[in-house]
Design a protein around this ligand. Sequence first.
Ligand code: IVH
Length: 716
Amino acid sequence: MSLSAQTQMLQELASTTDLTTLSDIATLYQSLVDTLTEHNHLYYVQNSPIISDTQYDELFDFLLRIEAEFPHLISNNSPTQSLVGQIAEGFSKADHKVPLLSLENSYNPADLANFDERIKKLLAKQEIVEYQYTIEPKYDGISVELIYQEGEFVQAITRGDGYTGEDITTNVKTIKNLPKKLYDVPALLSIRGEIMMSKSVWKSLNLQREQQGKELFANTRNATAGSIKLLDSGEVAKRNLFCFVYDVLYAENAEGESVGYDIGSSALPMMSFPASLTQGYTIEEICLNPAIKAFLDSQDFDFDGLVIKVADTGYRQLLGSTMHHPRWGIAYKFPAEQMSTQILSVDFQVGRSGIITPVANLRPVKVSGVEISRASLHNFDFIRHKDIRQLDVVWIQRSGEVIPHIMGVIKERRTGEEQLIQAPLFCPSCNDPVINSGMHYYCTNPNCPAQVKEKILHFVSKNAMNIQGIGEGVVDVLVDKGIMHNVADMYKLEDAALRIMLRKFPGFGDRKIYEITKQVKASKKQPLWRIINALGIPHVGEKTSQDICKLLAKEQADSLDKMQAILTDSEKVIMLPWIGEKTVFTLQNFFSASHTLELLRQLERVGIRFSAVREVKEKKEKRATFAITGTFPFSRDKIKELMVQQGYGFHGKPTERTDFLLVGEKAGAKKLQQAEGLTMYEGRETLLREFPFLKSLEVNAPKVVASVRNVQERLF
Ligand code: IVH
């Protein structure tokens, strides 16, 4: 059985609660040990995991449960018995007060010019025309949050999923170049940095491991990841790790108010370029200057690019972030390793909007340590422009993380056997005729099974309806057997007769069906922004869906009809921040199409509500909890007293359980940044109507914003 099939089987069994019901536990145990060992190898050695950390954790937990119940089975080969690289049991989870975002990537001067163009436009809106950039090395290590209280280093948390990581404080204490005491710093200081292993330590560690017959670490990053998760901090100390810092996450004074802080003035370790390499050059010139790359290559640490940031931290705050990236910075990745290989054949994939994407099947080849066997050919303009033919030998490169890119054809290696790549005349999935528009070819059959499958996979995905347990295999069965024709048919699974019928298909065990049904039912309560995101409207992702919900809430849209009227009103929609004409047009098209409305009505019939006001009402009934930042005409104690008197909860600092952040004068930059994009009410009128107790505070024009991510989910 392939590793992937084996993993899937084990994942299904992992949800078994009563282990005694499992037959042949010894064989199951051995296959779990083997599978996890292979995943470790893929992660740490090949640098190409095929399952997520969470999926790994689930299997690892399953293994731990079996070992706890059947200790006689425990084998020396079990991943639980070796410490390296395990998501150690010994680390507790810890939340990041401010989400740890990632940077947008760029790979060429055109991306950088676009970035600059964007910054120029955004700052011009605030009447700022002069601004500067800083340029830093992009550390290729393990991202970490470091917290200092009263100057004392108190906690280190891995990035994890950006919201919750693992507490690795004890291990980070062993890092010698990281000061454990800082002087003249704010009372609470949270810094973002990168834990690294030097190239020389990595080489000698691998040498030692080779002698011991242990697997080698593919690169310094993997070696760092393996080392920082060792349970024995004495062992970690021997690994000689380093830490470099590059960003302040938040800084607060003793009163809990946000204050500015410049890490450049601290004793914290940072790296910078010699002025001769940066002064007087444009960002494009610096990024393309081979001397910059040569300088970084000559260091004892690995860097995978450069980071360009707007220099002024005040401007950074104005620019804010999207859900995923700060708008004020961008990473420039150094060009990746290139390899040549042959295009063996070309497949055509049908996406959820019907676009047909040609995909090349390649003779497998390793690029920067990862085996590549497929690469997208994007569209027919790309094929024509690069004159790519079947059987051509091409240059491929891994741009960014894993996605391989075809750079060009090696024409000298043509034999005459190569064939032109023709667009398909008929959809490879439903056989309907394909139409051509611009550079794309489309299947326009709304019932095309490939499109329906993609739409369903998007509908259930983590950032949409988050219905777990529905992967490609399940969707294939549901669509191919004619059970589902659109995303709303997902709710047919609530029908008991259908569930019984499903049991005859492979992969649909009782437990699996039970779990899926539970999730399907629960998904009806998802906040409106997730429902909008799940519809898969072109150009409308998570962030735009959330912005749309804010608009709908402001407009008091409490029904499908109202939502439709607002979203087809271009004048209203264009008022949304960060929204372009293309999206306005797509929204208008989407919400006026009769088949969309039919689908939305079907969703409504199964119990999904298209109301942006419902969650707010529910929230009020539950008695909201508030935290405050900035100064008010009253003392904090007075505010607290009033809030508590009125039955509202008061938190000294925003936590996961805080619902609203009340923002006064001179509000803390970081708290605001944390709440950025989550604004729920703005303007005195709406606020006072929703929260009359604010009247008694006589706050003039407060802003109330949702403060933490789970609140945001509950609100919209
Ligand atoms: S600034 C996005 N500066 O690169 C938050 N990040 O996606 C601010 N990284 O994992 C990041 N060197 O941890 C910044 N000089 C540097 C960096 C850097 C490495 C990491 C960061 C993140 C990734 C970017």
